[in-house]
Design a protein around this ligand. Structure first.
Ligand code: C2G
Length: 132
């Protein structure tokens, strides 16, 4: 069984998120999603989520490509995660290209996939604010 992992905030879930989850699952048989906690988002990414961790987790668990959702609490947990979950492939959008190549030293394939153009959580918020 080929096991894949990806990380993210996944706030205001949109088709760009679905595209990367679908492509990540296509690279294996089991997809783990490490979902940024509210604290991690606020303290380390300066992101204030619209949906709470529990709400974002519920949405991700309803997606057919997702097999397991775990919390992402810090930047350092990835090496431990790939060991704990026996990960073969690590996937991120290419806005992160090069940032996680160190995981290759753990014997993990590191794959950066093209982002879906013209959609982002920030874009959604800005458009909604403009229209109101
Ligand atoms: N994504 C995408 N296309 C978009 C928007 C997002 O492919 N139009 C991808 C991102 O590249 C990322 C994933 O969807 O791989 C989740 O995006 P975010 O929720 O914005 O996650 P991010 O803030 O990049 O957090 O430790 C890594 C971080 O947790 C990643």
């Amino acid at each position: 069984m080929k096991r894949v992992i990806t990380y993210g905030t996944f706030d205001l879930l949109h088709y760009g998120h679905i595209n990367i989850l679908r492509r990540a699952k296509e690279l294996g048989d089991y997809l783990v999603v490490a979902l940024s906690t509210d604290e991690f988002n606020w303290n380390m990414k300066q992101k204030k989520c619209y949906f709470s961790y529990e709400q974002r987790k519920q949405l991700l668990e309803a997606i057919r490509y997702v097999d397991l959702v775990i919390p992402e609490e810090n930047w350092e947990q990835k090496v431990n995660d790939v060991k704990l979950y026996q990960i073969d492939t690590f996937v991120m959008g290419d806005d992160w290209v090069g940032k996680f190549d160190f995981l290759k030293d753990e014997g993990v394939d590191v794959v950066y996939l093209p982002r879906t153009p013209e959609i982002s959580t920030t874009q959604i918020k800005n458009d909604l604010n403009k229209n109101n």
